[in-house]
Design a protein around this ligand. Structure first.
Ligand code: GUN
Length: 293
């Protein structure tokens, strides 16, 4: 294997140490700690696992953290009322509604009901719009984690050909926007590929930085990668379970083959995932500072 491993887990640990120190300082100086509520509707096992990881990290950093589990048949009105309660709760700085929501609940309506100042996912249209004009209050967590990982690992972004595979609102669109903005850790030339792109390989082969959020297990194969490229694999696909019931995960990139071609690559798990959670914590610390200023 030639490629350097971009271990998001290690970088995330470093950032969490910085955040922990900030939380302790806030507590000593102002007597407050960041408050985060994660709302989970239903019992989707993957969502349960993500939410557990978010709560665990919040707890480790000394946050006031609330896990609010709701039944799958919770009505839209009840969910709106719950969000309204947390919007008004001064102990809560950040509200995260885990997606996807059960069928019958209008996701857009729910995201719109979150106070944009507590929207630590940065999914509210106000925050999406601010990102679009280059003046974000909060950055969406997965794209922010990817950018931070690229910057901290010294990948040259300025002027680079970046190709993003996937056009979701959570990853593809915002990371494309962030890396093409003016400024540090950006100024790239960005191409976005999606399910209707005629020749995906034509584009991926040109990428100095290839970001894959296709949602398809091992979609990108070694022959689709330019020699020396930096590869960021956002995919988390469960391909089975171990004997003791742990999830076996694979990314959207065929890791072994890609490692022979790329200069650097994120592993799955332990790559982008821990960075995403850490950026959520960073947003919540920021929200707490804003709310107490
Ligand atoms: N589901 C998958 N990723 C995310 C995320 O980053 N935030 C929320 N709220 N739900 C998700």
């Amino acid at each position: 294997m030639a490629a350097k491993l971009l271990k998001g887990a290690d970088v995330a640990k470093e950032i969490r140490e910085e955040l922990k120190a900030e939380v302790e300082a806030m507590k000593a100086k102002y007597g407050v700690v960041p408050g985060l509520v994660t709302i989970l509707v239903g019992e989707n096992p993957a969502s349960q696992s993500y939410v557990r990881a978010k709560q665990k990290t919040a707890h480790e950093l000394g946050f006031y953290s609330v896990q609010d589990n709701q039944p799958a048949d919770l009505s839209e009105d009840k969910l709106l009322a719950l969000i309204d309660k947390y919007n008004k709760d001064p102990k809560i700085d950040g509200i995260l509604v885990q997606l996807p929501l059960p069928k019958g609940v209008d996701e857009n309506k729910i995201l719109l009901s979150i106070d944009p100042g507590k929207d630590v996912d940065a999914f509210h249209p106000v925050n999406v719009g601010k990102l679009m004009i280059g003046k974000p209050d909060y950055l969406p967590c997965t794209p922010a984690g990817i950018q931070e990982l690229l910057v901290r690992s010294g990948a040259p972004i300025e002027g680079a050909e970046v190709v993003v595979v996937g056009r979701s609102n959570i990853v593809g669109k915002p990371i494309a926007m962030m890396l093409m903005q003016k400024g540090k850790g950006a100024n790239a030339t960005v191409t976005v590929c999606h399910t209707r792109t005629k020749d995906v390989k034509f584009h991926t082969k040109r990428a100095d930085i290839l970001i894959v959020a296709a949602g398809v297990t091992e979609y990108v194969t070694g022959d689709m990668i330019k020699p020396g490229a930096v590869v960021i694999d956002v995919g988390v696909n469960e391909v089975g379970k171990t004997a003791d019931g742990k999830r076996i995960l694979k990314g959207d990139v065929a890791f072994e083959a890609a490692s022979e071609v790329a200069s650097a690559i994120t592993p799955v798990p332990g790559g982008v995932g821990p960075m995403t959670i850490t950026m959520l914590m960073k947003n919540t610390v920021r929200a707490c500072k804003v709310h107490n200023n």
